[in-house]
Write a protein of this length. Structure first.
Length: 255
């Protein structure tokens, strides 16, 4: 791939936001960035993740359908995308300056993408979807730049055929899509259906800054459009997510 996961965070942050802004609690650029306690997803787990198949994941609800726009400017339906795959869906925006927000989910996705190159079970059954809630800035063209930065090299295509196994070294590729909407009006019911709170931040002059207050939520959705887990900052770690997906795959095989 063009950018290994260890560099993915800097790629995402550097895409739109100076590092000094990212490291500031209040989002303002500072000469001396404050120290931030990084979420567990940035490092190794300090506990052993539950073993695959040793637990169950109850259904938390049904994943609602929605119309979004892909990076080619085409309208797509959530349910069409969810069919036949386990899906990790996160809500994000590229100007996010909360290091434990969108950059965290991007890094965790990148680690999963890297792990999938050596795990055909994951590459063939899991897909990653990043849904922007900043349609004014995150246009299809803008997201295409980020999607190209996370696509694989010339041996595999990032898109509908991303799960093609390569001959050399038996490396595999996972499908990672970026989506947006045409307007805030189109976006609003999607956020409501998924309980994703997003509040525009205003500066001292009352004008919107381009930043949002939001809670990180990543949804694990099964091929039957059921939500099987919702991850917060404290539990968004690739080891946990991968084990959850493999547990669901065992559940499916047992039917």
């Amino acid at each position: 791939m063009k950018y290994p996961y260890k560099a993915a965070l800097s790629v995402f942050i550097g895409f739109m936001t100076p590092l000094s802004e990212v490291l500031s609690f209040d989002g303002a650029a500072t000469a001396s960035p404050e120290t931030i306690l990084l979420a567990p997803g940035y490092g190794e787990l300090n506990f052993e993740a539950p073993k695959v198949g040793s637990y169950s994941l109850p259904t938390l609800g049904n994943a609602k359908n929605a119309t979004a726009i892909n990076t080619d400017g085409e309208a797509v339906e959530y349910h069409d995308l969810f069919k036949g795959k386990y899906t990790l869906l996160n809500f994000m925006y590229t100007r996010c300056n909360d290091v434990n927000g969108c950059p965290l989910s991007h890094l965790v996705y990148s680690k999963i993408e890297d792990l999938a190159t050596r795990d055909p079970l994951i590459a063939e059954n899991l897909q990653l979807i990043s849904m922007s809630f900043d349609p004014k800035f995150d246009t299809p063209q803008q997201l295409k730049l980020l999607e190209n930065g996370t696509e694989h090299d010339d041996h595999a295509q990032h898109g509908d055929h991303a799960n093609h196994a390569m001959n050399e070294g038996e490396s595999y590729a996972i499908n990672w899509k970026y989506l947006t909407t045409l307007s805030d009006e189109q976006l609003a019911p999607i956020l409501e259906n998924y309980g994703q709170s997003v509040i525009p931040q205003a500066g001292e002059d009352g004008e919107e800054t381009g930043n949002f207050s939001h809670i990180l939520r990543v949804f694990l959705i099964d091929p039957e459009m059921r939500i099987r887990n919702i991850y917060s900052v404290d539990f968004l770690h690739p080891d946990i997510l991968i084990n959850d997906v493999k547990t669901l795959l065992q559940e499916f095989d047992a039917k």
